[in-house]
Write a protein that binds this ligand. Structure first.
Ligand code: ATP
Ligand code: MG
Length: 730
């Protein structure tokens, strides 16, 4: 068993103890994911049927990589029948087979966050609620936090405390919005990301036979990145594991960075309570990074009060010091990083894939993209707006969604008049109002147009247009019964007029839109071929749509492979490693973010984020900051991040011209954050004018609620400006 040979003692123990509850709680780079992977391989080697194993990862990418590693040990065919993926993708699959229990069609649509935001906007409009007072993104975050804490609409209205809290925060209509939103989604046969977990919980709680079926199936459950599971996920795992208790979770409280999305660090604490016999293994040796990086990271994270004490050391080489670069502007910063990569690529024969650029928010990418492009350095931006969210791609997908789930009014509203076919907004509104009054979907009105026509008050010309449009959709649906998904999609693109419409625009942007449609077709073709090779593959259109709704983190752009520099937010970099890491934009109000530095809890989460960034690196780290930055439409001056001062200077090397003093701000003065011994309270006092804009922030959800008493929600109002990548939700 060669795969066991490379493990150290505690790793070996964790991999080979096959039965019973086990928790690995350990620092970054200590081999948690490796343990999880090898444990699965070991289970299979010991004749556990892969069919009985469920492994939950934080991203699809991680699942894919793990599966490949397991396949190397146990062979492709064994690895194939493993259920391995994100919570969302695994439970979407289960919900599809069991949807009838909870009144959903098995071909339900999955709404990404953009779709759900569109629905919220419509709900606000329908309820005549001021969108300025109730910012759609805020409403979305609020509903999301309810769902992730299993507060259904009914539970909400049964809870005076919640209602009062929202009233106090001038958000008294939230309940009504929530209710309407849930109704619309249900009527559309659609689930948003949070529903995938909420409805799974509903399924497992209300139907004991379904629970028993999956308990028997998933005899061995493994969860990576356990520190970032939310309450809803926690309950699913607990329910499924309660029969056999063969559950292995691995995590690091110091890397819990999704509390703004409901992640609950206390799930780790509860593990011992839920499974008193649980074995806890800690791993201390970091195999990823140089000693210098590990030591610097230890110093940083020790500033957090809230943490389990851990020993982490590295036996690797001491390594180079962390280079700190002070730049004059964001453009200067980007140029420095691009030049650095270019030089190291040329002189040290490093590959471009060896480099990562990690930032706090997505908006920072542009400067880096420009600088890299100028030097002809290939790069890939992870997260952000995914390929499948580009307008032209999403519009065509909306046609396809409608073919699969006729009730999907959201998809309908995207395409009923795209390309323009004379069905204007007034007509659409009439349809919506009428459908609402009958409590049916708009598509049902279209399906029985002859019957409803007298009530619609539309002229004959418009009625003909509606009828033509709907006949076209129906014809596509008929075609779907006999033709494969690719052929149908091709037909849709042509007959709907989409291709012609896009081709009429001969500007470079227009041409690139047509190319994107072509690319969508290619990706569909690839998907179909891939599925056809699998034993239990599903090459249907609905399977393709589910795949893209849930996989924004794996499929972001046309050129997926190749030698490219990786650009991503720190949130997305969790679990990954790169030889050379640039942590950029290390400035106050950017990192830590101005949205997240007013309480100690928020600041500690930002620090964990910094810890995650630093511990992605194997050999070299570059910290960069700018003294002025183009932000919110103007040039603002910036101070270096407090995190820079928290890294002990013995681990740093300043690579600015020698004449400049360290950590200078724009005015040339030594930055004030270094004036005292970085005692934290000073920073809390500092008020950012932008923060005061957020007047109507809803009150936090009270902590003492049933059944979510253990949930801790640091920021339930949801910072809409946080980087919530759709992709990594999956
Ligand atoms: P993170 O907290 O960042 O998710 P992790 O604890 O999951 O990190 P891994 O990604 O599993 O750590 O491992 C980090 C690196 O160390 C990987 O490259 C892995 O192959 C290597 N590694 C882990 N254990 C050993 C070992 N016993 N011998 C050699 N290399 C190891
Ligand atoms: Mg890991």
């Amino acid at each position: 068993m060669d795969y066991l040979k490379g493990l150290n003692k505690p790793q070996y123990e964790a991999v080979t103890s096959l039965e019973g509850p086990l928790m690995v709680l350990a620092g970054a780079g200590s081999g948690k994911t490796r343990v999880l992977t090898m444990r699965i391989a070991h289970l299979i080697t010991n004749l556990v049927d892969p069919f009985n194993i469920l492994a939950l990862t934080f991203t699809n990418k991680a699942a894919k990589e793990m599966k490949e590693r397991i396949a190397k040990v146990v062979g492709q065919s064994e690895a194939r029948s493993l259920w391995m993926g994100t919570f969302h993708s695994v439970f979407a699959r289960i919900l599809r087979s069991e949807a009838h229990y909870i009144g959903f069609p098995s071909n339900f649509t999955i709404y990404d966050s953009q779709d759900s935001l569109n629905v919220i906007r419509k709900v606000l409009k329908e309820l005549n609620i001021d969108g300025d007072l109730y910012k759609p993104k805020k409403v979305q975050a609020r509903i999301s936090s309810y769902k992730n804490n299993l507060i259904t609409v009914k539970a909400y209205f049964n809870n005076p405390e919640l209602i009062e809290a929202d009233e106090r925060a001038n958000m008294k209509s939230i309940g009504a919005i929530y209710q309407k939103y849930v109704d619309v989604c249900f009527r559309n046969g659609a689930m948003d990301f949070d529903d995938l977990l909420l409805r799974t919980n509903e399924l497992l709680t209300r139907f004991p036979e379904v629970l028993a079926k999956y308990q028997d199936r998933f005899r061995y459950i493994l969860v990576d990145e356990y520190q970032d599971t939310n309450h809803s996920q926690y309950l699913i795992v607990k329910a499924l594991a309660s029969k056999f208790e063969n559950i292995c979770v691995v995590g690091d409280d110091a890397q819990s960075i999704y509390s703004f999305r409901g992640a609950n660090i206390y799930n780790i604490l509860n593990f011992k309570k839920d499974y008193p016999d649980a074995v806890t293994v800690s791993l201390e040796q970091n195999y990823r990074s140089t000693q210098n990086i590990v030591n610097a990271a230890n110093v940083v994270i020790s500033k957090n009060l809230q943490q389990f004490k851990k020993n982490v050391f590295s036996d690797n080489e001491e390594g180079e010091k962390i280079k700190v670069y002070r730049s004059l502007s964001d453009a200067d910063e980007a140029n420095f990083v691009a030049s650095n990569i270019w030089e190291q690529h040329n002189s040290d024969q490093k590959k471009f894939t060896d480099f990562a650029i990690l930032y706090r928010t997505n908006s920072q990418t542009r400067a880096f993209e420009d600088a890299l492009r100028r030097k002809n350095i290939p790069y890939r931006v992870f997260g952000g707006l995914s390929f499948y969210q580009r307008k032209e791609v999403k519009d065509l997908i909306a046609y396809l969604r409608l073919l699969v789930n006729e009730n999907d009014s959201e998809a309908l509203s995207r395409i009923i008049n795209y390309p323009v076919r004379g069905i204007g907004e007034t007509t659409q509104n009439k349809l919506i109002v009428f459908a609402d009054s009958q409590n049916i979907a708009v598509t049902q009105v279209l399906d029985n147009l002859g019957f409803y026509a007298p009530n619609l008050k539309l002229n004959n010309g418009i009625l003909t247009k509606l009828s033509d449009f709907w006949s076209m959709i129906k014809a596509f649906q008929v075609m779907l019964k006999t033709e494969n998904a690719y052929n149908v999609a091709m037909e849709v693109a042509k007959r709907s007029g989409v291709i012609k419409f896009l081709k009429d625009d001969q500007t470079p942007e227009g041409i690139s839109r047509v190319e994107n449609i072509q690319e969508l077709m290619n990706s569909m073709q690839g998907f179909i071929e891939e599925q056809q090779q699998l034993e239990d593959g599903d090459a249907s259109l609905s399977s393709f749509l589910e795949n893209i709704a849930l996989s924004a983190d794996t499929q972001t752009d046309k050129n997926q492979d190749g030698d490219q520099v990786s650009l991503m937010t720190i949130h997305l970099s969790k679990g990954l490693e790169f030889p050379v890491v640039h942590v950029v934009g290390l400035e106050e109000n950017l990192f830590p973010s101005f949205m997240s530095s007013s309480t100690r809890e928020e600041l500690e989460e930002e620090r964990r984020l910094f810890y995650v960034a630093l511990t992605r690196a194997e050999k070299q780290v570059f910290f960069t900051y700018a003294v002025s930055r183009f932000q919110w439409g103007k040039i603002t001056s910036a101070e270096p991040s407090r995190f820079l001062s928290e890294v002990d200077e013995q681990y740093l090397e300043f690579i600015n011209p020698a004449t400049e003093s360290r950590f200078m701000n724009n005015s040339g003065l030594k930055s004030s954050i270094f004036d005292d011994d970085n005692s934290e309270p000073r920073f809390f006092k500092k008020k950012d004018p932008k923060k005061t804009i957020e007047k109507n922030e809803p009150a936090p959800i009270p902590q003492n609620l049933k059944p979510v008493a253990t949930a801790r929600i640091i920021n339930p109002s949801g910072n809409s400006s946080q980087d919530i990548e759709v992709g990594d939700r999956v």
